[in-house]
Design a protein around this ligand. Structure first.
Ligand SMILES: Cc1ncc(COP(=O)(O)O)c(C=O)c1O
Length: 380
């Protein structure tokens, strides 16, 4: 087969997104304004929640979610050990303590069986991560720990869900990312979701310095010269209207993007499950995967090649891969600060060492998928 170059991910943007940016650019209203309001409205509708609040990225969304829930020094927040570092960092921003829990290696999501034993009188919240677009078992978490606030880290899970219940509607607050590696992107960007009016109001103020009204409300109101009241210490975590305009266009394509990814994920699974040293993604019954990433697990006891050597070999063939994500408890800051050994969370360790994400995105064509499969099958 002729060599191809396949990046791990590519944003699917074009003329429509480009055209959409013109309106805010020429209107004179560039920061959070009418485009963000429109983006929030359609995001809330798609995810079946009362409120969606746009912010600068998912890390700031996670931070604000915890602040809105009054998480502070002395509190403990449960988090899976295998996730992007910012899930744990958001807890650190609040001065609270992340309490790591191992994952279920089949789903890469938090192992709900291990939650009960980690709950103390200080535990206030839990952040189930819907890793790679597959929802964590939030229903089970609610049964085990009804007293805990639930912040869904749905960074990878726009459009995903459990039966007909979308990610972001399952817990108290949902957080999403629009980083370019996500299925829909605004360059950088984030969204908070909630059905709780009081939390929505707090999040709305917290993202805008704690101001009682937004800048748009002030400028377009009868007294633009009167500055708002500030009742709390807030942040500037706003998203721009230029991004909002792009988000509106992208969000309309979300379901089409996921359907396409689902079709090619099925192709990968059909083909790659024939390789005895690879495990393909496991999807529990009734779960709708968002397919932000397609992540394999390599059984190095059976494989003719180690994971990192395989990634190197595929790179030489023009196929870019990545580890699924990292085990946060193995990152030097967390390992040292909390005195954790890699073996304390063996499944997160295994995922860190043996997972491999292969290209799956909406700029890929049939020949790209066939090329990836062909190269993986050729490894002897
Ligand atoms: C699970 C998870 N949480 C949080 C984030 C942070 O998102 P952002 O880059 O929008 O801050 C990411 C980003 O990749 C992620 O994968």
């Amino acid at each position: 087969m002729e060599k191809r170059n396949i990046p791990i991910s590519l944003p699917s943007m074009g003329q429509e997104e480009w055209e959409a940016t013109k309106e805010p650019i020429f209107s004179g209203w560039i920061t959070q304004g009418p485009k963000i309001a429109q983006f929030e409205k359609i995001f809330a509708e798609r995810h079946k929640v009362k409120h969606a609040i746009a912010v600068s990225n998912c890390t700031t969304a996670l931070h604000l979610a915890l602040v809105a829930l009054d998480i502070k020094a002395g509190d403990e927040v449960i988090v899976p050990a295998f996730t992007w570092v910012s899930t744990a960092n958001a807890i650190m921003y609040c001065g609270a303590t992340p309490v790591f829990i191992d994952i279920d290696i089949r789903t890469f999501n938090i192992d709900t069986k291990q939650i009960a034993q980690k709950i103390t009188s200080k535990t206030k919240a839990i952040i189930p991560v819907h890793l790679f677009g597959l929802c964590a078992n939030v229903d089970e978490i609610k049964k085990i720990a009804p007293q805990l606030k639930i912040v869904e880290d749905g960074a990878c899970a726009a459009g995903a869900g459990i039966e007909n219940r979308p990610a972001g509607s399952l817990g108290d607050i949902g957080c999403f990312s629009f980083h370019p590696r996500k299925s829909v992107t605004t360059g950088e960007g984030g969204m908070l979701t909630t059905n709780n009016d009081v939390l929505a109001e707090r999040l709305n103020m917290l993202r805008n310095h704690g101001a009682s009204i937004s800048e748009e409300q002030r400028h377009k109101g009868p007294k633009p010269y009167i500055l708002p009241e500030f009742d709390m210490v807030g942040y500037n975590y706003r998203m721009t209207d230029i991004q909002g305009a792009v988000g509106v266009v992208q969000l309309k394509k979300l379901d089409q993007f996921i359907d396409e990814r689902q079709q090619w994920a099925n192709y990968y699974t059909n083909e790659l499950s024939k390789i005895n040293w690879l495990s393909t993604p496991h999807i529990p019954n009734g779960y709708k995967h968002g397919w932000q990433s397609y992540v394999l697990l390599i059984d190095e006891k059976k494989s003719p090649i180690k994971r990192n050597d395989l990634m190197e070999l595929l790179q030489q063939k023009g196929i870019s891969t990545r580890p699924g994500t990292h085990a946060v408890h193995m990152l030097s800051y967390y390992a040292k600060t909390f005195n954790i050994k890699p073996s304390d969370f063996p499944q997160a360790f295994a995922a860190n060492e043996y997972s491999m994400s292969i290209p799956l995105h909406n700029k890929m064509v049939k020949e790209d998928y066939e090329y990836v499969v062909h190269n993986l099958k050729s490894i002897k």
